[in-house]
Design a binder for this molecule. Structure first.
Ligand code: AMP
Length: 194
């Protein structure tokens, strides 16, 4: 874990319908600050995004937000972060978040969160990176995603070891254990069709 200095957290720009989502975001923010791990996130002050950023900051941690100009109004850039990077495009945002992070955690969120989750998993499948990816399944929020992953393997469109590219946990403590124990990606997930 010593090499994990920063984590990108992908999460919703809304708070969702269960109070558990916000609670988990706050707990994760506190736990990261306590461990001296910086937060990299999408830069907004709304939704789960804002909650985790606030809790890292009030717990004494550092926060880097990366927000495109055109989302400044929609997602309302968080002005209290340690570093706010304003970029031109979503691609640039995702690239900077990627380069600044040693691991990736997915909290409950909407379509944007799902997009970021799938992108970071597929980049690992393509051997663009080998960093830990952890999905925090708060209150069963990601249960349909688990079924979908299994169906993709059953349908023959991913190698079973593709499921080792990420870890699904149901508690904040589990996030850090999963990061510490993340298996090395098996090249077969990329090469099994060759
Ligand atoms: P959401 O989960 O839809 O609330 O979005 C969470 C974050 O993901 C927001 O900061 C979005 O701007 C961002 N996001 C990243 N990629 C996308 C995408 N392709 N479509 C929509 N939002 C995205």
């Amino acid at each position: 874990m010593e090499h994990i200095k920063s984590i990108a957290v992908y999460c919703g720009s809304k708070v969702g319908n269960s109070p558990q989502y916000v609670i988990a975001a706050r707990e994760l923010g506190l736990a990261m600050a306590e461990r001296g791990i910086g937060l990299v996130f999408g830069g907004g002050r709304i939704g789960i995004m804002g909650e985790i950023a606030d809790h890292v900051l009030t717990s004494g941690g550092t926060v880097t937000g990366v927000i495109p100009h055109f989302l400044n109004d929609l997602e309302v850039a968080h002005q209290g972060v340690t570093e706010l990077i304003t970029v031109e495009s979503m691609h640039e945002r995702k690239h900077i978040m990627f380069t600044k992070s040693d691991a990736f955690v997915i909290l409950p969120g909407g379509l944007g969160t799902l997009d970021e989750c799938m992108e970071i998993i597929t980049w690992k499948q393509l051997q663009v990176h080998d960093r830990p990816i952890v999905i925090l399944d708060v209150d069963g929020y990601w249960k349909s995603l688990k079924v979908l992953f299994d169906d993709i393997v059953k349908g023959g469109f991913a190698h079973p070891k593709a499921l080792d590219l990420f870890t699904i946990v149901d508690s904040v403590d589990g996030v850090f254990d999963a990061i510490a124990d993340a298996p090395e990606p098996d090249p077969i997930v990329l090469e099994s069709h060759l």
